[in-house]
Design a protein around this ligand. Structure first.
Ligand code: FAD
Ligand code: DHB
Length: 398
């Protein structure tokens, strides 16, 4: 049976980043990904990085293209009541965010791992984990038409919300918390210049809209949509028309449209499992928690988990003490719940939940208060740019 120190299930951002960080600490690891490399590289998702995530990507030595190609945003706009208000992130917090696609991060990490000779297996099917409550966990999987077995010290479940790792934990050992939202996000990518140099989060009585981008020539736009609406109901012309209507008029007038190169619908949910560790299995990223995308926290939480776990495992392998890995869940969850709260709050502030005009008036009153109060804006901006990392495990005793 093959052996490694850490078996990582899933090659999304959390799995690849953890693999790279462990490698740099001299910790042997194997990554098993169910999908093909092309499939993983083609999945269009997040676009906004907190500075803390940029820092950890630099630490992982995959920041060169990021630093060259990212767009640094010092603020974003809130659209409501026919007007647009700029939230000055830099002025309020001293920090900015970076716009750089998740696809690019995944590409940079995959290339770095392969260049370093990583044991990274795409198309690994039927992954099954065992012995997680013993000192010798195992992973079984099918690859290249053969069943393979791997023994390891630890398993990192980086396999997303629908993965196998969380489902392998006895139900009574974890508690889950969930909120489903009664709408989804319809997203498109198009090679047209963005309508604005900064992002716009727009509250409108017809529903929420978000204007984002990937570069000066590539736009990423989202519309709140019904969960039962098929993609076919949204030809490009209808999307552009609806987006224009949901933006402040002076912004909508300048919208440049074009053929979409990608279009998809994503449901929205808040979800957390506690604890994020069972025996020798750790859960990271979307395997442990999901936030609605408003506020752009999902990828950033995944990066924070990878950072926390690699520090904890490095401490364990250096000293033999389990103290830091035992605190992994507690330290991650403090950050996770704050991001869950912020994403829930930002979603309730900007989306249409019902036809009830009273609810919409309350949203407008809150937006009016928020944009008139430096204290309220600072609180929002602090959460948006990312809360400080807590004390890393046992940092003081090093
Ligand atoms: P994933 O990216 O889901 O990766 C999990 C991997 O595990 C996948 O490659 C999957 O194929 C693999 N896998 C699953 N099951 C198995 C198995 N049984 N065996 C082996 N492999 C398996 N976040 C932000 O921070 N900012 C944003 O702007 C933002 N925008 C978003 C917009 C949209 C439309 C969506 C849908 C999400 C957005 N997010 C955003 C969230 C972000 O994309 C996720 O939080 C992030 O992808 C989580 O990374 P992960 O590695 O934990 O999980
Ligand atoms: C993007 C996604 C988000 O969820 C968000 O809040 C901001 C930007 C994006 O895909 O660009």
């Amino acid at each position: 049976m093959a052996r490694t120190q850490v078996a990582i299930i899933g090659a999304g951002p959390s799995g690849l980043l953890l693999s790279q960080l462990l490698h740099l600490q001299g910790i042997d690891n194997v990554v098993l990904e169910r999908q093909s490399r092309e499939h993983v590289a083609g999945r269009i998702r997040a676009g906004v990085l907190e500075q803390g995530s940029v820092d950890v990507l630099l630490q992982a030595q995959v920041g060169e293209r990021l630093l060259n190609e990212r767009l640094v945003h010092d603020g974003f706009a809130l659209g409501f009541a026919g007007r647009s208000f700029r939230v000055d992130l830099k002025g309020l917090t001293g920090e900015a965010v970076s716009v750089y696609g998740q696809t690019e991060i995944t590409k940079d990490l995959t290339e770095a791992r392969i260049a370093a000779g990583a044991k990274l297996f795409f198309d690994a099917r039927d992954v099954a984990i065992g012995g997680i409550d013993t000192a010798h966990p195992t992973v079984r999987y099918a690859h290249g038409g053969r069943t393979q077995e791997l023994s390891c010290d630890f398993i990192a479940g980086c396999d997303g919300y629908h993965g196998v790792c969380r489902r392998s934990v006895p139900a009574q050992a974890m508690q889950s918390f969930e909120r489903i939202y009664p709408f989804g996000w319809l997203g498109i990518m198009a090679d047209v210049p963005p309508v604005s140099q900064e992002l716009i989060y727009s509250n409108h009585e017809r529903g929420f809209a978000l204007c984002s981008m990937r570069s000066a020539r590539r736009s990423r736009y989202y519309l709140q949509c019904g969960l039962d609406e098929p993609l076919e109901a949204w030809p490009d012309a209808r999307f552009w028309d609806e987006l224009r209507r949901r933006l402040p008029p002076q912004v909508g007038e300048t919208l440049i449209t074009g053929a979409s190169i990608e279009k998809s619908i994503a449901p929205l949910r808040s979800f957390v499992v506690e604890p994020m560790k069972f025996g020798r299995l750790f859960l990271l990223g979307d395997a442990a928690h999901i936030v609605p995308p408003t506020g752009a926290k999902g990828l950033n939480l995944a990066a924070a988990d990878a950072r926390m776990l690699h520090q904890a495992l490095a401490h364990y392998y250096r000293t033999g003490s389990t103290e830091s890995i035992d605190r992994y869940s507690e330290l991650c969850l403090r950050r996770v719940w704050k991001a869950v709260r912020f994403s829930w709050w930002f979603t309730t502030l900007t989306h249409k939940f019902s036809e009830d005009p009273f609810s919409h008036r309350l949203q407008l009153a809150e937006l009016d208060y928020l944009t008139g109060s430096r204290a309220a804006l600072t609180s929002m901006a602090e959460n948006y740019v990312g809360l400080p990392f807590g004390e890393p495990p046992l940092a003081r005793s090093r």
